[in-house]
Ligand binder design. Sequence first.
Ligand code: ATP
Ligand code: LTN
Length: 328
Amino acid sequence: MTKQRIFSGIQPTGNIHIGNYLGAISQWVKRQDTYDNIFCIVDLHAITVPQDPKVLKTKTRELSGLLLAAGIDPKRSVLFIQSHVCAHSELAWILNCFIPMGWMQRMTQFKEKSQKQKEQVSTGLFDYPALMAADILLYNTDVVPVGDDQKQHVELARDAAQRFNSIYGETFKLPEPVIPEVGARIMGLDDPTQKMSKSETASNHAINLLDSPDVIRAKLMRATTDSLKDIRFDENRPGVYNLLVIYELFSGKKRKEIEAHFAGKGYADLKKEVGEVVVEGLRPLQERYKELTADPTHIDSILSEGANRVRPMAEKTMALVKERVGLG
Ligand code: ATP
Ligand code: LTN
């Protein structure tokens, strides 16, 4: 039986945090044996907002190292850089010509991000979902595991595929988003009503995967909670709830067991213990990252091998799409 295909992407911008890890990366790692996996570092998406060229290159290598250190195994999964396979930009353009503006205007991420940048906002940021649709549709993807914030974009990719298929006949497979039940939306430590985000720069906002144990502990001790006392999984108390979810995911314990463990304890104990599970949870990843990045040529060769593996698949899709549309 052939395995279903997973495709997912992550931007090489900012510092990768535990939200990215719990909501996306660890989900990818977990499913590696069950699916046929393609993971993409989406540098073309990154340039939809201004980037320093040197930093972008460095962040792309850093992210590759982190994904490998987190357990993405090049023997079981393809890892590559989006700009290494030109078909992504090419298909994005073609899809652009089929996706109505109205669909794009409904995207909540664009509304949020463009508000921050006002009139400087790029056309690329508006069009970002077309490139994401191209990423997904090039590889006959069945399943797209993402955090909650990306569900709308995956649905747009599916709608775009359906629209194209209805005009030109069966061309693209229709992808399904898969959102983790727990951890789909880890919240900022400084403001638990906002999702933990790479582009948020407040020093106490996120725990980054490469933060030292002391930094992790200090950030958690300063996490915003509330003025109540008991420690329970209550979504109406977002600060404590977020800390408990982080504890749950790193410890692997059940909610009942966790509530019993913290019964009668205070928020300081909670923060200290969350700190310990996060430090211990990230330790192996940080050690592997150090080993892996000691030889940067090793990472580069994994990335170029990855692009070589997927390029023929992408080119095959492009040939069919061009044929259907009448290009060339
Ligand atoms: P930005 O703030 O620049 O949008 P981001 O932190 O949202 O960045 P992305 O590169 O957009 O990071 O996301 C990579 C993956 O991590 C996506 O699948 C996304 O859904 C997931 N993700 C991002 N933030 C969180 C979060 N706070 N909780 C759970 N998953 C998340
Ligand atoms: N937009 C996504 C990253 C991304 C992606 C994709 C995810 C780009 N292409 C294809 C899944 C499938 C983000 O910002 N997290």
